[in-house]
Design a protein around this ligand. Structure first.
Ligand code: MN
Ligand code: MN
Length: 464
């Protein structure tokens, strides 16, 4: 009888059949990463996939819903929920998996454009927790939704196709960076200086701001927009890099935005596959995919907005003809949830920030974190022993490779997810997601097998 617990590299016990299934899954995941580089592109992708699998927009449904019915709800084009109705009443609790689709990036300021030294540039404001120096001297793509004065929507994507131009922020040459190099990494880039080059050819018929004016003319000709229209836009600059396998063996995956699109993709894929396999569920399964996690889950597309309660109230109304508060409270209070967000994997060259025996190791399966937070469990969302035991048993019984971890050594930092917001509604919730190297960088790295085990874990959770 084995008494001691040891983490195992999941690759050591993989067979040919599973390896093939893993790479099939990962190939599709890579194309998703390359398409869905913003929260609204994720929503677009998920709506297409859900509709293909027979999910219906809940707003279009007039009649009552019953067992096996599949619905989704899009909240302001930036977050999305999907559900499959189970046999038991919703008030007895749902199986919920929740992930986020916003990732660290550079947004434009409301009035971004200026000219300096023969260059037209955009002022930016970074979004989420970034190490600013990682965003210099790399190719950037622009994803923009802009409205003109007539209220028409213009969508712009530049930098993703092979022949597209891209954009970049230049950095100081090492020859003249003597003073810059003396400063700490946090200080040597003033965020006000994170300006993106967008043009350099002057117009022939202007006296000053010739380059800026030329770019304005190009934008007006191509998209019909004027400078003021930047004020009514959502423009994000993200790395142009393609998501790819890493290593001679393709055992890892690198790509922008894996926090938290790796878990978002797995969540939606799990609920879609269950629908396609016509599995009858005991509990109603709910996938909730939200925005604005990286800036503290604030705003009407975040987990903190009432949109999720409204969705569940709508489900109750259409399934049980009972959307009174007490039914909603009971539904929440009796639910179980996986907070599907990434955590860090131990960095081989920075092991000192991790307590190795309580850290996530790349390749050891989906990461379960009993609690998050920092210091004296400050702001921690902690799963009870009872609920942690439930999830561990479920994964053990279904041969899911998982590991128990924490974010890092006490006092080295910390972090949280959307878990606490759902826990505050009375839901039993535990953090469960993929371990990531280079988290929040422009090119995050995961293990192909962990990515696949994450999907298997979520599917198992929905099915039980
Ligand atoms: Mn995250
Ligand atoms: Mn994050």
């Amino acid at each position: 009888m084995e008494l001691k617990y040891e983490k195992k590299n999941t690759y050591e016990k993989i067979n040919k059949v599973k390896e093939e299934a893993m790479f099939d899954y990962a190939d599709d995941y890579l194309s998703f990463l390359n398409y869905a580089k913003t929260e609204y592109r994720c929503v677009e992708y998920f709506v297409m996939a859900l509709e293909e699998a027979g999910f219906k927009n809940i707003n279009d449904i007039k009649e009552a819903l019953s067992v096996g019915d599949k619905v989704y709800y899009v909240n302001k084009d930036r977050s999305i929920y999907a559900a499959i109705i189970g046999e038991e009443s919703i008030t007895s609790g749902m199986n919920i998996i929740g992930a986020h689709i916003d990732s660290p990036r550079l947004d434009t300021k409301p009035m971004p454009m200026f000219e300096s030294q023969n260059l037209a540039m955009f002022k930016t404001q970074y979004y989420g927790g970034v190490k600013k120096y990682q965003w210099l001297a790399i190719p950037l793509s622009m994803f923009g939704i802009i409205y003109n004065e007539n209220g028409e929507k213009i969508e712009i994507v530049i930098g993703e196709k092979k022949d597209d131009p891209c954009f970049t922020i230049t950095d100081l040459l090492p020859h003249l960076a003597k003073d810059q190099m003396e400063l700490t990494a946090n200080k040597f880039i003033d965020p006000e200086n994170m300006t993106i080059i967008v043009g350099s050819i002057p117009s022939k018929d202007d006296k000053d701001n010739k380059v800026k004016n030329n770019i304005l003319k190009i934008l007006n000709k191509k998209y019909g927009i004027k400078e003021i229209d930047f004020a009514r836009s959502d423009i994000r600059f993200v790395p142009s890099f393609r998501a790819k396998y890493i290593g001679f063996d393709k055992g890892l995956i690198a790509g922008y935005g894996q926090d938290d699109r790796v878990c978002s993709y797995a969540t939606v894929k799990a609920i879609i596959d269950i629908a396609n396999e016509n599995k009858v569920l005991k509990k109603t399964a709910v996938a909730l995919i939200v925005d604005k996690e990286e800036i503290g889950s604030v705003g009407n597309t975040s987990m903190s907005s009432q949109a999720f309660d409204i969705f569940v109230a709508n489900l109750l109304d259409k399934v049980e003809e009972n959307s009174c508060n007490i039914a909603l409270y009971n539904a929440m209070n009796n639910s179980k949830m996986l907070s599907a967000d990434v955590s860090n994997a131990v960095e081989p060259m920075y092991q000192e920030v991790s307590d190795i025996q309580n850290a996530n190791i790349i390749g050891c399966g989906v990461a379960l974190e009993k609690y998050t937070g920092s210091g004296g469990k400050y702001s921690a969302s902690e799963a009870s022993a009872e609920y942690t035991s439930y999830v561990m048993n479920l994964f053990d019984k279904n041969d899911i490779a998982y590991q128990m971890g924490t974010l890092g050594k006490i006092g080295k930092g910390g972090g949280g997810t959307i878990a606490y917001i759902l826990a505050n509604k009375g839901i039993d919730v535990i953090d469960c997601g993929t371990a990531v190297l280079s988290m929040h960088s422009p090119y995050e790295v995961t293990s192909t097998i962990d990515v696949y085990e994450t999907y298997r874990a979520y599917k198992t959770f929905f099915l039980n």
